[in-house]
Design a binder for this molecule. Structure first.
Ligand SMILES: *[C@@H]1O[C@H](CO)[C@@H](O)[C@H](O)[C@H]1NC(C)=O
Ligand SMILES: *[C@@H]1O[C@H](CO)[C@@H](O)[C@H](O)[C@H]1NC(C)=O
Length: 436
């Protein structure tokens, strides 16, 4: 998440035609701050008092300050209309009461699919996404356009922006929040540890603060991760197992999120459901995940690396197809009790849940590669290395009986079928972007 603050990019590049960002790009805010700081330093030696007086009687000396103000008002009305329209509900075919849902990370992989599924069944959906540079923002913009065609507006903004979140809750009385915005990835934490804290801890707290003050308080469903099981060896992983041996900073911040969720549930009566996702894959997936960059590299004829455990076995993952995960997310929303607080105070005990959303069938990564070779009709050039101990765990395997009982969750797509869908999407998507 923090990349957007540290990497000045062409502002406006991420502005969609359909949804104008609410506030100026953070880059502008930094620029304004830096320029006033510079002025202060230059003059301070002799004219500090005078300068302070100057600052007091006249507004900061930049014309674009005034410019921004008026844009903000212009953007404000249009922005509000777009948010309201996106949040409109229809009668649901399944007879359920339509929800009004804020989806954070809506231009992300899971976020896009969840937002679309909600909109298609009649719920009102507003998306929020920071469009950061952790992976190709063009893919996020393409997902945003895809959602815009379905009537879902994804506005650009950061979950750390309290003013923006409050404004969203002023405009729409969200009944539910699906919080999927996060800094993902296991090995990237060694490069940019701060981004995990900023997004998965500070951002989550900011969101919960706004939710607990909202009237009515929404019910929250959010993405935890199977990585909280860390170096556990007892399989399958059950929700009641210990989760205090995280193997990566990513896992540690997700575990922190679960503890923070407990606090906000306990003190403020927020209804909160955490979902521990197990290696979710499918069309519109994340380029930083192995199945995605394996596909890219196999097509390019580039060598791919498969890791094996100390026992000489291929690393295994409980790959879970996106449509199955979406069903689990929607079931979590539909079975969520209302939050019990109001005016920032708890009025009674509220629901706090954690579910594994996996597939219960771990597949060795070497088997994944064979499936990709088959669908791509290309042989991979493979290199096998021992798994480095920098965050990745040797295997994941979900016990999903709790989600089965409480959510009616039943994954149906096997890796072979699901990867076929992914490869089909991948070839179409990258063929089209090459032609454009
Ligand atoms: C959730 O709602 C159901 C039905 O109203 C109720 O039986 C249950 O006790 C509630 N659970 C919690 C934890 O509030
Ligand atoms: C799966 O979890 C349930 C509790 O949700 C537990 O009763 C069951 O024994 C677990 N199954 C296995 C195979 O560990």
């Amino acid at each position: 998440m923090s990349l957007i603050d540290t990497t000045p990019s062409t502002p406006g590049k991420f502005k969609s035609e359909k949804c104008t960002p609410y506030s100026a790009h953070p880059f502008y805010r930094n620029l304004r701050f830096q320029s006033s700081l510079l002025k202060l330093t230059v003059w301070s030696s002799s004219f500090l008092g005078l300068i302070l007086l100057f600052f007091l009687i006249s507004s900061p000396p930049s014309s674009h300050h005034h410019g921004r103000r008026s844009t903000e008002i212009d953007v404000g009305t249009k922005w509000e209309t777009k948010v309201r329209t996106s949040a409109e509900t229809r009668a649901r075919a399944d007879g359920g009461k339509p929800l009004r849902v804020l989806v954070t990370g809506a231009a992300g992989f899971v976020g896009t699919h969840v937002a679309l599924a909600l909109k298609l069944r009649g719920d009102g959906v507003v998306g929020l996404d920071s469009f950061n540079h952790y992976y190709d923002p063009e893919l996020k913009i393409a997902r945003q356009k895809f959602l815009a065609n379905a009537g879902v507006c994804v506005i650009e903004g950061d979950i750390n922006d309290e003013k923006l979140l409050k404004r969203l809750f002023d405009v729409v009385h969200f009944t539910h929040v699906v919080h999927l915005a996060a800094q993902a990835g296991v090995r990237y934490a060694m490069e940019n540890p701060g981004s995990y804290v900023k997004s998965n801890v500070a951002g989550f707290v900011n969101l919960l603060e706004v939710c607990k003050s909202a009237d009515p308080q929404p019910a929250i469903v959010w993405a935890s991760s199977s990585s909280v099981y860390g170096t556990n060896t007892k399989v399958p992983f059950s929700e009641k197992d210990r989760t205090d041996h995280p193997a990566s900073l990513y896992a540690a911040t997700k575990k922190a999120g679960e503890a923070i969720a407990h606090t906000y549930n306990h003190i403020y009566g927020l209804s909160i459901t955490g979902l521990r996702f197990f290696t979710v894959y499918g069309p519109w997936g994340r380029p930083d995940m192995a199945y995605f960059f394996f596909t890219k590299d196999i097509l390019k004829g580039k060598e791919i690396t498969i890791y094996e455990t100390s026992r000489g076995e291929s690393v295994a993952r409980d790959f879970t197809y996106i449509d199955d995960v979406v069903k689990g997310c929607l079931a979590a929303l539909d079975t969520a009790n209302k939050s019990t607080g109001s005016g920032g105070k708890k009025r009674g005990p509220a629901q706090l849940r954690i579910f594994n959303l996996g597939n219960t069938k771990p597949v060795p990564v070497s088997r994944l590669v064979s499936i990709l070779e088959e669908h791509l009709k290309v042989n991979a050039r493979k290199k096998v290395l021992p798994l480095p101990s920098n965050g990745d765990v040797e295997f994941t395997h979900a016990n999903i009986s709790l989600a089965q009982t409480e959510l009616g969750y039943r994954p149906t797509i096997d890796l072979e079928t699901g990867m076929k869908q992914f490869v089909w999407w991948y070839l179409n998507y990258y063929d089209r972007s090459r032609k454009n």
